[in-house]
Design a protein around this ligand. Structure first.
Ligand SMILES: NC(=O)c1ccc[n+]([C@@H]2O[C@H](COP(=O)([O-])OP(=O)(O)OC[C@H]3O[C@@H](n4cnc5c(N)ncnc54)[C@H](O)[C@@H]3O)[C@@H](O)[C@H]2O)c1
Length: 255
């Protein structure tokens, strides 16, 4: 018996990092899994390792979302948990961020989450058991950082959108909760790209810089974020909606 028995979870950005860890945690708790990602090669390998189904998904495309939700229903007969985890992060402050980088952040991190919630809503309403959406935001949507202007803005927009959706579903009597998780720096391929970005700076030094932003003195592990996602997706959080759960070693309140 697991807390997610009977649930079917669609997890985006599930080829690796936090998405793969969240899928593993949901699966270990009894959920059936549909893993979705843009990266076909890594996605198939992760799905095989977890015994999960998988589907190609570009979160920026409504047609791609419709196909992914249809594939989930065709395979499992229902959809009760949506984890909007796919995201991108590129450096750029307000003076240097390019139009293209800005547009990419908004398309993936904000529009992608809107499309996912909207397209999945009829299936979540019809799930036959209390449904949940968990959207992966960031510590940087609670405490912005100058070098990541587009990222902070896209994630903060996504939080407001999540809360608007939480209110909507609660007031319309739909059994769909919506919450956000706010990771600090987490050791995943996304963070690895930052560690290797500047060939003149040793990666240990960059990692120590990220760790220093977290009063607990370290960066996090994907599995630690996965447990927070599992909690919010599960019936243990049955009266929690519109909430923001930081998983950042107190980074968002650091003094
Ligand atoms: N790692 C961190 O330090 C950190 C911190 C705060 C928040 N987050 C957030 O956590 C989430 C997961 O990040 P991660 O660290 O595991 O990163 P990651 O880069 O390892 O994984 C992100 C995944 O999203 C997929 N993806 C990107 N664009 C997509 C698209 N258009 N459609 C479908 N899939 C797409 C990628 O292929 C990748 O598999 C992201 O939303 C990220 O912003 C990460």
């Amino acid at each position: 018996m697991g807390v997610m028995d009977g649930h079917v979870a669609l997890v985006t950005g599930a080829a690796g990092g936090i998405g793969a860890a969240a899928a593993a945690a949901l699966g270990a708790a009894g959920a059936e899994l549909m893993l979705a990602d843009l990266d076909a090669g890594r996605l198939a390998g992760t799905a095989a390792a977890l015994g999960a189904a998988h589907v190609m998904l570009d979160v920026t495309s409504r047609a791609s979302w419709e196909a992914a939700v249809e594939a989930t229903i065709a395979r499992f007969g229902r959809l009760s948990v949506l984890v909007n985890n796919a995201g991108i992060s590129e450096p750029g402050d307000i003076e240097s961020v390019t139009d293209d980088s800005w547009s990419r952040h908004i398309a993936v991190n904000l529009t992608g989450v809107m499309l996912g919630m909207q397209v999945a809503a009829p299936a979540l309403r019809a799930a036959g058991l209390p449904a949940a959406i968990v959207n992966v935001a960031s510590m940087l949507s609670l405490r912005p950082g100058a070098p990541f202007a587009a990222y902070c803005a896209s994630k903060a927009g996504m939080v407001a959108l999540s809360q608007a959706a939480a209110l909507h579903f609660a007031r319309s009597g739909a059994a769909i909760r919506v919450n956000t998780v706010h990771p600090g720096a987490i050791l995943t391929p996304m963070l690895e790209r930052y560690l290797d970005m500047n060939p003149d700076q040793p990666r240990e030094e960059v990692l120590a810089g990220f760790a220093a932003n977290h009063p607990m003195g370290r960066v996090g592990e994907a599995g630690e974020v996965a447990q927070a996602i599992l909690f919010l997706a599960s019936p243990l959080a049955s009266f929690t909606t519109g909430a923001m759960l930081p998983v950042d070693g107190a980074g968002h309140i650091r003094d």
